[in-house]
Structure formats: C-alpha cells, structure tokens
Design a protein around this ligand. Structure first.
Ligand SMILES: [Zn+2]
Length: 432
C-alpha cells in the first residue's frame, strides 16, 4: 500500500488485468513475455501496440479478431487502418457499461445540469461516439433528442428551438456548420448554453468565433477518448482547452520519447502509450494512440476537487517512416522543402513511398496550389544539389527522390478519410 489511494486503485486494476491476460491461451501465444510482467515496472517488456505499424499492425489485428470471437457479444467499432485494411475491435458490454460513469465525471462536481440535450454526432457508421454520448445523457438524467449529424442543419435548428434544447453534443465541424449557417440565428439557437464536442480537436479559430458571436455558450470537450481504449480523460469546468483530468483509476498512461520509446522525465512532454485498466474482451497494453502531451502529477488540487492528475494534450506525434533501417521524420522532410518554399504547411505535403527490393523511391507530392510548374522544376533541380536534399537522399534506404504537383484531392487517403503525411504505395498488380 502507498500513501496514494489512487495509485493503489490503479495498481490493483493492473494486477487484475495482467492476471486476465495471462489466463488467455491465445494472448500468451501472441505476447509470450506477458509471463514476465508482474507489476507496472515490468510493463516495458511488452511490445508497443498500434493499429498500423511497420509490421502491418498484425498484433492489433490479432487482438481485434480475438475480441470478435469472445463470448458474450459486445459492440464492434471501426478503428483506423489504411489501404484496404480496415480494422475493427469489439468491446464487451461490461466495458461499454463501465465507461459511461467515466464519461459522466465531467458533470459530477459542477452546477452544470443540462436538461435537454441534442445529440448530433454521427449515428451508426460503425462509430461509437453517438452511442456513448447517449449513454452519458441517460446517466445524468437529462432528456435526449437523438438527431444525429445527417438530419440537416435547418431541421436540427428547428428542433433546438421547438424543444428549447440547452446542450448540444457534436463534432467541431458540425458546430461550425450549424452556427455559421446563413438561415440559422439566435432565434433558433438562443436556448443553447453548452456545446460538448468530441471526435476531433476544436480549433482556436472556431472557439474564438463562437465566443465572440455566441457569448452565452460554454464550450467543453465531452472527453478525451479513443475508439480502441475508451475514455482517457475528462475536462472539468475549471480546466482550459486541451487539459483533462486523467481517469487514473481506469487508464494507465506512459509518456515516452516517440523514437526511442523510453520514458521521458516526470511532467515532460512525450508520446502517450495507453494501457486501459477496465476489463474488456481483448487486453490492450501500451497502445500507441499517436498523441503527445504531458501529465502534471504534482499540481495542487483542481478547483473542482478532483484528485485525478491533469493531462495536457499537445497535439499529434510527428509521424515518421522507417527506410532501410533509418527513420525519416516529418520535420526532416519539411525542413528540406522549407528551404525552398518557406510557407509550406504540413498539410501541403505527402511523402509517398514506393518500396522496391533494393530500397525505396520517395515521391514528394506537393499541393498544386502551393507549387507552380516553374517552382517544381526549380525544386527538382535544387534537390539534386549536394547539401540541399542530402539529408533525405543520403539515407541508406532511399534510391531516388521525385517532386510531384498534385491536386489536394489526389493525395492518398486512409479509409477513415485521413490524409497521412507518409504513405506507402501499394504495388500495382503486374499486367498479364
Ligand atoms: Zn478539475
């Protein structure tokens, strides 16, 4: 026993989770080293888990398959996965029930009591957010309008008006469309006092605009969570944008260096590896969510009274790709290109990798609105010059480099509609 009841609680939950994982024959076959893990200090012996990794995310696929076969059914949701390789995971019904009180923690110690909530998240589509938000509304005993995101902004505005809805649950993109619709104004939306968003980050631009045009509206995150892990943190009414109380009794977070995967110093920024502690069909360990941030463990108690540590979410981890044993990072590529195009944004570039037996050809696709035909020729010339691009061309796995102007919609995307910075092109089938 320690002096910290929260630590004891999470150590106990981890011990149970480890025992469960060790008891599953299929899990022992996948993770033989689970037998060496007795406590938190041994956790680093287990491999890092990701939906997509350099081995094609085999481990995640195996866990997903096992979760579908587990007795008792559950809720099957789509995770990431790209290039014809969409992945799904099934959460047990027990897990689904257990995450609801966590989601409702944001309402525990507050005088915020929504009475009529309109849920405008995406319903169906193998996504979990709509279902989750509905369960939270039920938990706090409010009335629910299950509108969904597909009803059309004007009909939703009418519903908000006719039911005097005081809270809206939606994605930031949906909020932007609703509050900026030309036929929608304070007459329809005047009853709304709270906006709870989930699913993507809420940009500063949107937050500033809503604060200016809708001063009565309070904007809060409905929680920091992921499809694969469930809830990670909650934003009490006293925490600023980007800050969350960690559900420390239900989620273990390691903060590591994204390249070495070694733990960073206490309270320093790094990449999150998540180990959910709630019982579920497939035990996930050290799940790589792709977010970076830090955990403030020494901060004095928050004004809300929660003793849960505060987590600062600082954005996505810089992506990288392994070529011939060397790691190429996003900032390395951007650094080279910005010597020629200083205004270039991350979203203007996609690095397309064509893997060949002897190495890889690297194609730098640049959005055509950022790159004129003249500049393209200039860049290609410049990249051949020693010094300019040597950082990329001298890498052991790189056979050649090509610059290509592409319409943004011609960039490669994943099945979930995201545009990755690095993408490995699938080999074209040989013509017979
Ligand atoms: Zn708080």
């Amino acid at each position: 026993m320690s002096n910290d009841p929260l630590m004891d609680l999470s150590a106990e939950a981890l011990a149970q989770k480890l025992a469960h994982a060790r008891s599953l024959p299929w899990f022992r076959a996948l993770y033989p080293r689970i037998l060496e893990v007795q406590t938190l200090a041994d956790l680093h012996r287990l491999p890092v888990l990701a939906v997509e990794d350099e081995f094609g995310g085999e481990l995640f696929s195996a866990l997903g398959d096992a979760s579908h076969r587990a007795p008792g059914g559950g809720l099957t949701l789509t995770s990431g996965g790209s290039t014809g390789n969409r992945k799904q995971i099934t959460h047990s019904w027990t897990f689904n029930a257990a995450i609801v009180p966590l989601g409702a923690r944001m309402f525990d110690v507050t005088d915020e009591h929504p009475e009529v909530v309109i849920n405008c998240l995406t319903a169906g589509e193998m996504q979990g957010a709509f279902h989750y938000a509905t369960a939270i509304v039920q938990h706090i005993g409010a009335r629910l309008l299950p509108a969904g995101s597909q009803m059309g902004v004007q009909r939703i505005a009418e519903l908000i008006q006719s039911h005097s809805a005081d809270a809206l649950m939606c994605t930031p993109s949906f909020a932007a469309a609703l509050f900026n619709h030309e036929n929608v104004g304070s007459e329809q939306l005047g009853s709304l006092r709270w906006l709870y968003y989930i699913g993507e980050p809420c940009s500063k631009t949107l937050r500033n605009q809503l604060a200016r045009d809708w001063p009565k509206l309070k904007i809060r995150s409905l929680g920091y969570s992921s499809t694969e892990t469930g809830p990670i943190g909650f934003q009490c009414a006293h925490l600023e944008h980007g800050f969350y109380h960690l559900h420390a009794d239900a989620m273990l977070v390691e903060v590591v260096d994204p390249l070495t995967l070694q733990a960073v110093a206490e309270e320093k920024t790094g990449e999150f590896l998540l180990t959910p502690l709630l019982p579920d069909h497939a035990p996930l360990f050290r799940y790589r969510i792709g977010d970076r941030g830090r955990i403030q463990r020494t901060v004095t108690n928050c004004a809300c009274g929660s003793s849960m540590p505060v987590l600062a979410l600082e954005g996505r981890v810089e992506t990288s790709i392994k070529l011939g044993g060397a790691i190429v990072t996003q900032s390395q590529v951007l650094h080279v290109l910005r010597q020629i195009l200083p205004e270039l944004d991350t979203a203007d570039v996609q690095v397309q990798i064509d893997r060949q037996p002897g190495g890889a050809h690297m194609r730098l696709a640049i959005a055509e609105d950022r790159l004129t035909a003249v500049t393209q020729t200039f860049i290609e010339g410049a990249l051949q010059v020693e010094g300019q691009a040597s950082a990329l061309l001298r890498l052991p796995g790189v056979l050649g480099l090509e610059v290509k102007r592409l319409a943004r919609q011609a960039f490669e995307t994943t099945l979930t509609g995201k545009t990755p910075f690095f993408v490995t092109l699938e080999p074209t089938p040989a013509k017979s």
